[in-house]
Design a binder for this molecule. Structure first.
Ligand code: NAD
Length: 479
């Protein structure tokens, strides 16, 4: 199978190949087949994209928010009309079941609409002055041309959160989506261009990530960086950003604790969290991942959770009935195997899965490990895959200590019917997002982001618009 999205760069309103002809293959992670080749931008192409974003910014910032919203709404409609085709491409390049690809695209379209509307409400404020006759205005303005680098796990949403936030605020953008999932990003860019986005407002480039980012970040043109990816790369980009003092939004990794108390409906929670854990093959930054279960509920939970894991149908994302697709690439199989070997050597029990499925594609069985000791690597490093460690906990204090033990602070989940326990968790859990008795942490209108090593700054909600704004203070009086 191959996709039907021609892969091109978008620079200054023109879709085209890289000027030096370099490219790399895009692989279907379910079949190992080459889907297409994604062009690499040369240094000259990157410079052209930066220059285009400088010009694009001047045009877009001067475009009334009402007009900007109309372009974004037209693009949302075009994406809706083309949803089936884009979702199929998304599944081919990333592996997730096509039903999930459709839902992801629907969410991305919502995000685009939300920021189109919210851009109209980029209010500043008037501050009463100390001197008579003086006017004092606090103004929110687009920060300038921006840069974005994003991971492959949500090829539509990761891209759209940055594109929509930037466009809604009046910024231009040079974005480097993942080379592993380029077609979805290109489809989004085509819809925006067709909808009438002025040239240079959105530029899409691909290449060798470290080379592209170091070149773009060294330029004084962009004023902002928004990154979604690992902690390690986030720290590296922030160091690069220091030289030109660009402000950053860092959406980094997590290792979300799931605290299950004996006073909840344990079987229901096991089913629900297993579905959450294995969604997208566990390749979700807010995936429920470290299962901390109160002693009195431990046996019931692990039994129901392992049963649910065994029932997850793994297969090609375009096949009927598939619940979980492949991992993004073969390299991730070895990482999962490493987690399982290490944990079982440390005394953990293998309750489900634990191995690769077949010898084609990057399929790995939904895996559950029980009685996992704190020292096991999987209790410390983000698995970013379908491996779920479960640990037994004695008390609320133990849960809190374990939940907060790692430097990450992205999402956290807890299930309890006790109000006092819930109150202690609301105050005590170190996470940018905490969901009690649900797994919902992401909507277009609410802030999404981490604390501590999971990064800072938010995407989603008014905070996601502010991320692309700067604040100025203007006074005005008569002499
Ligand atoms: P990664 O950091 O290696 O790569 C992420 C993206 O950045 C990829 O597109 C990659 O090509 C690019 N990249 C890599 N090195 C780069 C560099 N030097 N300069 C510019 N771009 C570079 O991470 P990964 O393992 O591919 O992705 C998974 C990670 O992303 C996980 O840690 C996950 O938690 C995190 N993530 C976070 C969020 C969030 O919103 N907090 C969302 C999705 C994924």
């Amino acid at each position: 199978m191959s996709y039907d999205e021609p892969l091109e760069l978008l620079i200054g309103g023109e879709f085209r190949a890289g000027s030096e002809g370099a490219s790399e293959p895009v692989i279907d992670p379910a079949t190992d087949e080459v889907l297409a080749h994604v062009p690499h931008a040369s240094t000259a192409d990157l410079d052209a994209a930066l220059e285009a974003s400088r010009r694009g910014f001047e045009v877009w910032r001067a475009t009334p928010a009402l007009e900007r919203q109309k372009v974004m709404e037209r693009a949302a409609r075009l994406l809706e009309e083309d949803k089936e085709r884009i979702a199929r491409n998304l599944t081919l390049e990333m592996g997730k079941p096509v039903g999930e690809a459709r839902l992801e695209l629907g969410f991305a379209i919502d995000v685009l609409r939300w920021y189109g509307e919210e851009g109209k409400r980029a209010y500043g404020r008037t501050v009463p002055a100390r001197a008579p006759g003086m006017r004092q205005e606090v103004r929110k303005e687009p920060v300038g041309p921006a840069l974005a680098f994003v991971a492959w796990n949500f090829p539509a949403v990761n891209v759209m959160r940055k594109v929509a936030g930037a466009l809604g605020a009046g910024c231009s953008l040079v974005i480097k989506p993942s080379e592993e999932t380029p077609a979805t990003a290109v489809a989004i860019a085509r819809a925006l261009q067709e909808a009438g986005l002025p040239e240079g407002v959105l530029n899409v480039v691909f290449g060798v990530p470290a080379e592209v980012s170091s070149h773009l970040i060294a330029s004084p043109i962009p004023k902002k960086i928004s990154f979604t990816g690992s902690v390690e790369v986030g720290k590296h980009l922030q160091r690069l950003a220091a030289d030109t003092l660009k402000r950053c939004t860092m959406e980094l990794g997590g290792h979300a604790p799931v605290m299950v108390f004996a006073d909840t409906d344990v079987e229901k929670v096991a089913k629900m969290t297993a579905a959450g854990k294995f969604r997208n093959g566990g390749q979700v930054c807010v995936s429920p991942t470290r299962f901390l279960v109160e002693d009195a509920a431990y046996d019931r939970f692990t039994q129901a959770f392992a049963e649910a894991a065994k029932g997850v149908q793994v297969g090609h994302g375009l096949e009927d009935g598939t619940v979980m697709g492949p991992l993004i690439g073969r390299r991730r199989i070895e990482v999962m195997e490493g987690f399982v070997e290490d944990a079982t050597a440390a005394g953990a029990q293998l309750l489900a899965g634990g191995e690769r499925i077949g010898n084609q594609g990057a399929f790995f069985a939904p895996t559950v490990l029980g009685e996992v000791p704190r020292e096991a690597r999987v209790m410390n490093e983000e698995p970013f895959g379908p491996v779920a460690p479960v640990a037994r906990m004695a008390s609320l204090d133990d849960m809190l200590e374990e939940a907060n033990r790692l430097p990450f602070g992205l999402a956290a989940y807890a299930f309890t019917s006790d109000r006092k326990t819930a109150g202690a968790l609301r105050e005590g859990v170190e996470a940018g997002m905490l969901a009690l008795n649900s797994l919902l942490v992401s909507t277009p209108e609410t802030p999404f982001g981490g604390i501590n090593d999971s990064g800072y700054g938010s995407e989603g909600g008014i905070e996601g618009l502010e991320a692309f704004q700067r604040t100025r203070f203007l006074t005005d009086t008569d002499l």
